[in-house]
Design a protein around this ligand. Structure first.
Ligand SMILES: [Zn+2]
Ligand SMILES: [Zn+2]
Length: 123
């Protein structure tokens, strides 16, 4: 470790490297997932083609983006809307220990209040 770069590892550089790593990692598992699975949302069964493929996202079943087994068992293709909903459910599970709406107490501050209201309208 004697080689010194002209620019030290500043916060910005570390951050940029992290973002690049994330982007590369995402391109990697996304491509693999899109090869294995049909381009259909696993929740609403909306179908995708090359034109709108950017709205089809790769969800990690265990929410660990570093867990990318080759058989695709930790991936689920979801449209951006269903993906959002999936993460809201997970947030509620972490926060309240349940995905059931009845368990959710009225919170003084709820960052998902808007989303919740929209979901209720849909149901
Ligand atoms: Zn969907
Ligand atoms: Zn996800």
């Amino acid at each position: 470790m004697t080689i010194e770069k002209s620019s030290p590892n500043s916060f910005e550089q570390v951050r940029a490297e992290q973002l690049e790593y994330n982007a590369k990692r995402e391109r990697g598992y996304r491509e693999r997932a899109l090869k294995i699975y049909p381009w259909i949302c696993g929740r609403c069964t909306r179908e995708f083609d090359r034109k709108n493929l950017s709205e089809l996202t790769v969800h990690h079943v265990d929410h660990n983006h570093d867990n990318n087994p080759n058989d695709g068992s930790n991936w689920e293709l979801l449209c951006i809307y269903c993906h959002d909903e999936e993460h809201t459910k997970f947030e509620n599970l972490v926060r309240y220990g349940s995905t059931k709406d009845t368990k959710v107490k009225p919170a003084t501050h709820n960052p998902f209040a808007d989303l919740k209201a929209k979901m209720d309208v849909k149901n």
